[in-house]
Write a protein that binds this ligand. Structure first.
Ligand SMILES: Nc1ncnc2c1ncn2[C@@H]1O[C@H](COP(=O)(O)OP(=O)(O)O)[C@@H](O)[C@H]1O
Ligand SMILES: Nc1ccn([C@@H]2O[C@H](COP(=O)(O)O)[C@@H](O)[C@H]2O)c(=O)n1
Length: 619
């Protein structure tokens, strides 16, 4: 160690206990690149964007060896672009101290005098983010290993030379000739021999340096995510965030982008969901197992825990079901529907859970954990059904810090697996961004359902006017039931609507009931107990040569058997375009009826025509 320099670069202990001073490790970023590539400019941009974090910048230049008077006299012969020009031992020890939460004093380098300014030295305090910048910061493996993120600023050499001439003549007291001589003799060879080869260690290469604000934005977002996750994962050891890579950040960027098209959104959301599900499965218990391979050797492995089930929080949770099914063949999936009342109130509307759920590990599915209120309601329900808290793994794509606090404080043994903790969900949980996230997550299901729901609501209100109120016990009760029914229908739970609200539904006119709630037959498959005496249409009457329709019914049966209740193309089944109403419904019914039940249809057709004639005659 240079004695002159080490006198002035010292490391000191904080007086307070370590854990109180720095409860977490700082995030260390190394920024390397050729001379005048824009390293300092990129660092300044990162620091400006990380305005709410404590960031310190350390320059490798501060660790140039102190030159003897003799060397200073021949300074134009000195190679400042060789690794040996730096006191890397001291640099390493300072960075190590900073990383472990200790403050250090570092001198400020003066390029005009080629000296480290001893007085005053710069005190660098431990911070959330430490950026180490310099031409050769990626050269030494020990220094590299201290870094959480390694960046290489890659700028064209002609541009760098031009900048260097300008900068060194204006700011560093050099003339053009000396800059060019130094460049040819030391700077360029140093770049080729040491700086450029260190590029391979970089995690991120930024072409065009400070001009590349997209790269800087991505880096800042990544750092913010890491910083947010550090805190929460430390406070709550049962919170697991899947390892963030630029692939994952890229997918998150896409699913948040308002310009992303629906099918791209679904594709990337599905990819992320799959990663979360796979990660979540890794948190399940296992038992050790030895097997014999085809070559006769014994392999000591593990076997998965088999008593599992999924539970999705309707509606967005359903968008995670396919990923779970793809990973766990034949897994049972239950459902919980929670209705929001005001900002914090939640009402449980509907639940369908495996009867033996108390003996299973439960993967609770909801892509967005925002306020945590719905999650708390759903988890409380699972616990009331006998599921131990520690047997629940809550899987989501995006979690807000607030949601994590709410859930983890109430259920400290429950595990949360998420792909990202998003602080922006905190600021306004009911903001447009949040709503967009929610809509995005479930858009593939929702768009379908909204159309069906609007149509169904119209039908229900149209039908209500036709149902004599005396058939139901009291108008207010009817209203309440209708309201509940609409929520259930809104969730696409048609068979459940039929099962629980049969007294409202069974008095509807036949064809409208059939056409607006075509899942009736599926409901029957699920629960043969419900029967309507008014109902006449039977899909089993469909002629066997109508292959397409038969295949569709088989497909529906298969999906019902798998308990896959969402996303069924009901309209396609009845050959009706979605979003169409009265006329097309009537026409579709007439066509279907005439084809499959001509006897019935002809009679009702005659009755209708007769009624029409009577009305015309009266008028
Ligand atoms: N994108 C840019 N466009 C124009 N000039 C730039 C740009 N980035 C940096 N510079 C200039 O180039 C010189 C070197 O930039 P700097 O960020 O200090 O590079 P380094 O830290 O890699 O030596 C400075 O004078 C700076 O103002
Ligand atoms: N006394 C010195 C020390 C260093 N240099 C040159 O500075 C370059 C590194 O600084 P950047 O800001 O350009 O990254 C390096 O290439 C050295 O040649 C110097 O000229 N004099």
């Amino acid at each position: 160690m240079d004695s002159a320099l080490s006198n002035h670069i010292h490391v000191f202990q904080s007086n307070e206990p370590e854990v109180q001073v720095r409860p977490k490790q700082p995030f260390v970023i190394g920024v390397a690149g050729g001379t005048a590539s824009g390293k300092t400019t990129v660092c300044d941009m990162i620091i400006a964007q990380l305005h709410d974090q404590r960031v310190v910048l350390v320059s490798q230049d501060s660790f140039y060896h102190v030159l003897s008077e003799e060397k200073l006299k021949q300074v134009h012969e000195y190679n400042f672009d060789h690794p040996d020009a730096f006191n890397t031992e001291l640099l390493f020890s300072c960075m190590e101290k900073l990383k472990s939460g200790h403050a250090v004093d570092i001198p400020v380098y003066d390029y005009k005098s080629h000296k480290n300014h001893m007085e005053p030295a710069r005190q660098v305090n431990p911070s959330d983010v430490i950026i180490l910048e310099g031409i050769l910061v990626l050269h030494d493996p020990r220094v590299r290993d201290l870094m959480n993120m390694k960046i290489f600023v890659d700028t064209d050499s002609d541009v760098r030379l031009a900048r260097r001439i300008q900068r060194d003549t204006v700011e560093r007291g050099r003339d053009i000739q000396s800059v060019l001589d130094q460049y040819a003799k030391f700077v360029k060879p140093g770049f080729d021999d040491f700086i450029l080869p260190s590029k391979k260690h970089a995690d991120i290469i930024i072409p065009r340096g400070g001009d590349n604000d997209v790269a800087v934005d991505l880096i800042v977002q990544h750092i913010c995510t890491k910083l947010g996750q550090h805190d929460l994962c430390k406070i709550y050891p049962k919170v697991f965030v899947i390892h963030s890579t630029f692939q994952i950040r890229g997918m998150h960027t896409l699913i948040r982008d308002v310009k992303t098209r629906k099918h791209d959104f679904v594709f990337y959301a599905d990819r992320l969901i799959r990663l979360v599900v796979e990660h979540g499965l890794g948190h399940l218990p296992f038992t050790e197992k030895q097997i014999t391979t085809p070559t006769g050797s014994v392999y000591s492995g593990v076997t998965f825990f088999k008593r599992l089930c999924g539970v999705s929080i309707i509606r967005s949770g359903e968008s995670m079901e396919n990923a779970l099914r793809a990973c766990c063949k034949g897994i049972k999936i239950g459902k919980i529907l929670i209705h929001r009342e005001g900002n914090s109130g939640r009402q449980l509307i509907y639940e369908k859970l495996p009867a033996d759920i108390s003996g299973r590990h439960v993967l609770l599915l909801d892509p967005v954990l925002a306020s945590g209120n719905s999650a708390v309601k759903a988890i409380s329900l699972l616990i009331s059904k006998g599921v131990p808290e520690s047997n629940i793994i809550f899987l989501n794509l995006i979690a807000s810090p607030e949601g994590i606090h709410v859930v983890c404080k109430k259920f400290p043994k429950l595990q949360i697996v998420t792909s990202e903790i998003d602080v922006s969900l905190n600021t306004d949980l009911h903001s447009n961004q949040h709503q967009r996230n929610q809509q995005h997550i479930s858009c593939n299901l929702q768009q379908e359902r909204i159309r069906i729901t609007v149509a169904t609501q119209k039908t229900i209100s149209a039908l209500n006017s036709k149902v004599p109120h005396c058939q139901i016990n009291g108008a207010s009760e009817t209203q309440r039931k209708n309201e509940k029914l609409l929520v259930v229908l809104d969730a696409g739970l048609y068979w459940e609507a039929i099962r629980h609200f049969s007294e409202i539904l069974c008095n509807r006119r036949e064809h409208l009931k059939l056409l607006t709630i075509p899942s009736y037959e599926i409901g029957k498959l699920l629960d043969p107990a419900w029967k309507s005496k008014h109902h006449t249409f039977k899909y089993r009457n469909v002629q066997s040569n109508l292959k397409a329709l038969t295949l569709k019914i088989q497909e529906l049966r298969r999906r019902v058997a798998l308990e896959e209740m969402g996303n069924v193309e009901y309209h396609a089944l009845i050959r009706l375009r979605q979003g169409r109403w009265h006329l097309e419904l009537g026409r579709a019914h007439l066509v279907l009826g005439l084809r499959y039940r001509p006897d019935h249809m002809v009679i009702s057709f005659i009755i209708n025509v007769s009624l029409l004639v009577i009305v015309i005659l009266i008028l």
